[in-house]
Design a protein around this ligand. Sequence first.
Ligand code: LLP
Length: 422
Amino acid sequence: MHHFHYRNDELYCEDVPLRTIARDAGTPCYVYSSATLQHHFRVFDSAFEGMPHITCYSVKANSNLAILAIFAALGGGADIVSGGELFRALRAGIPADRIVYSGVGKSRDEIDYALRENIMMFNIESIQELDAINDRAAALNTRARIALRVNPDVDPKTHPYISTGLKKNKFGIDIEEALKTYARAREMSHIEILGIDCHIGSQLTDTAPFIEALKRLKLLAGRLKESGISIRYLDLGGGLGIPYHDELPPPPREYADAVTRELGDMSCTLILEPGRVIVGNAGLLLTQVLYEKKTPSKQFMIVDAGMNDLIRPSFYGAYHHIQPVVHKDRESLVVDVVGPICESSDFIAKDRELPVMKPGELMAVMSAGAYGFCMASNYNSRPRAAEVLVKENQFFVTRKRESREDLVLNESVPGFIGEMAR
Ligand code: LLP
């Protein structure tokens, strides 16, 4: 369920017409519904209410501070992958003891920052990283709580770029090697073993791969127990998919029931790292049609949002539904919706049958709440878009549009260049 709907043929976010947001905040602009965000978080979190668990929202999916603050207010934790994400999560009020830190390339500086903040747990992705974290914890006179992220070698049956739990992927420690690595971790003076972690991929539309991975984790937990290592936390990662087009992913309740059933009487606290399923359909990208262009072979609709604003179609061939902001009877045409960037891969939709939208009209690119703004760049020196959060009949600019000055803020021209002109 989301709160984007037509009222008198006009698209609204909750009780605010998108037209009003475009007028005040400009386009392109991301618009999020706070009611949808809260609803999705609660649905996901309460699906696991029968089990001790922590819902650690995956910050990478949408790291806007206001959105993180909503999840903090709802009692959420965070899954982070960088010092920057740790900074954001803490700034938004997520307690450090509800933060888990994954990622294959944690730097010494990031490790120190996380140790000083005393985060709940590091999800360790290699033996060298384990050594590094033990060393840094010794240097800082503390102990690092850890889980090993294991690679269970399960095919998540999703886009190859967002599969992470296959043997050939860079993520996690081979499940066969994990016993040895746990044994090594146990001997380390500044490491405390808390759990097992995995994350097999994103946009999964079936529970079977999750359950397959969980089976393998359970086996590992059993073998660890035999060797005297008890596991208190089982981190299943994120990955539950959403409907973008005609996918039918299992609802959180079905996913939770399948997980709970498979866990049986295993006593541990679950950690879940949902990203997309919470924010994906809570946001859209609002853009304006600039030009229509007809070539001998194609009809283009050129809009003011480009691949620098939303890279998913170019990067993964992802489908995002497109709707006119003002609904009226009109002809439809097969078009490519493209942005202003100088790349042929700069498109939002290809060969899509859409109602004809004229220059100046507003268009909504749906399901853009996850991996939208947070993957935006300044390519072609385009200031990044504004982000707007709606609550009932009010809206708030939670990140203002970048200015041209912002584009050059951290740049400087060394003096010798000035002298070259003389
Ligand atoms: N936990 C870990 C360790 C992850 O790597 C990810 C996502 C998540 C949780 C959250 O996964 P989710 O619940 O959102 O599926 N940019 C791509 C998706 C990349 C996902 C990366 N990892 C896209 O736009 O589809």
